[in-house]
Design a protein around this ligand. Sequence first.
Ligand SMILES: NC(=O)c1ccc[n+]([C@@H]2O[C@H](COP(=O)([O-])OP(=O)(O)OC[C@H]3O[C@@H](n4cnc5c(N)ncnc54)[C@H](O)[C@@H]3O)[C@@H](O)[C@H]2O)c1
Ligand SMILES: O=P(O)(O)OC[C@@H](O)[C@@H](O)[C@H](O)[C@H](O)CO
Length: 377
Amino acid sequence: MRAVHFGAGNIGRGFVGLILHRAGYDVTFVDVNPELIGMLQQADAYQVREVGPDARIHTVTGFTGIDSSADPDAAARAVAEADVVTCAVGPTVLRFIAPVIRAGLALRDGDPVTVMACENAIGASDTLRELVLDGAPELADRAVFANTAVDRIIPPQDPHGLDVVVEDFFEWSIDRGPFAGTSSAVAAPTIPDAHFVDDLAPFIERKLFTVNTGHATTAYAGYAAGIETIAEALQSPEIRAAVEASLADTSRLLVAKFGFDPDEHAAYVARAIARFENPALPDTCERIGRQPLRKLSRHERFVQPAAELAERGESADALVAAYASALRFDAESDEQAAELQRLLAELDPAAFVAEVSGIDGGPLQAQLVGVVQAAKG
Ligand SMILES: NC(=O)c1ccc[n+]([C@@H]2O[C@H](COP(=O)([O-])OP(=O)(O)OC[C@H]3O[C@@H](n4cnc5c(N)ncnc54)[C@H](O)[C@@H]3O)[C@@H](O)[C@H]2O)c1
Ligand SMILES: O=P(O)(O)OC[C@@H](O)[C@@H](O)[C@H](O)[C@H](O)CO
């Protein structure tokens, strides 16, 4: 069995590639980083080294690499012959891989291929489907797109090697829906380390609005305080209180919306914070805060749960405070941080909140406008 995975970065090698390898797939990694692809073409194996109480070391073999910027046709041919196509490139990059997948589907002759976007975003595979089928609706029956939720903290790695250091925890939830229903339905791929669920919404929202909301709250508060790592930031009582308050906000929403058992949900939250604190995981406020405009957008980790709480007539003060911290993120390495600071300087507060966060009215608007006004000084 052959899988094609777009994005041979941290999650690509340390999570999706590993799990597909363990499921019996030979993985073709497609990336636009020539050094990385060169290493994948030369090497026979790489290691995924877990850190944490249940740590194991895994060896991944049977892979190769294609540089899709140098040879997009080879990447398309790989898609045409694949059993499974996955990606972990970041939500803003889906539009760049879509034409390659479209070209691959056009060459395809055989059963529909399963496509799964493994990104931190709600409905990422649906988004990818729209992009791939844009202008080519006749290709719709050549692929089945299934949404997923992926969870494993993978900090920045040595860019000159293939081995990856990861936390020992991982979870991959896949929506079973697209594989069910009709007699001609495509069978779900067999991936023993993943679990297929009837309704992905509780899984993706619990993950994004706990792990990623808590992570981002830590990162922006830590960055504003001049602290480098996430574990170190959580040693500050003020930052820990801010993180717990953000997660108290999202917990109220998630428990009410999905009917999670409150004690089980509290344990999920506590485990997320304990994962952030893993001292063997050198994760940085800069990585977790990366692409702040994405993180401040309407359906992301602060604004979506805050807007839903506000619609329910409930407060989201801690999420608004975390949003305020994010406005201070100005890491030089990050293009979106520079754009954020430009928009903050140039737009009036209401225009900023509408443009960056898609909030143009409703109960949350006044609060967000207030913190943007304060940030502008
Ligand atoms: N690192 C984590 O802890 C983690 C955990 C869960 C989910 N995620 C999600 O996984 C996705 C990837 O994150 P990451 O941390 O692995 O990032 P990363 O930067 O390590 O990897 C992304 C890779 O995509 C490649 N890429 C960029 N443009 C491309 C293109 N046009 N075609 C093919 N490849 C391209 C990059 O060169 C890079 O190797 C993001 O959506 C992220 O939110 C990350
Ligand atoms: O990848 P991002 O930029 O959406 O978010 C940064 C981190 O919160 C994220 O990568 C987590 O480490 C990951 O989502 C854990 O599963």
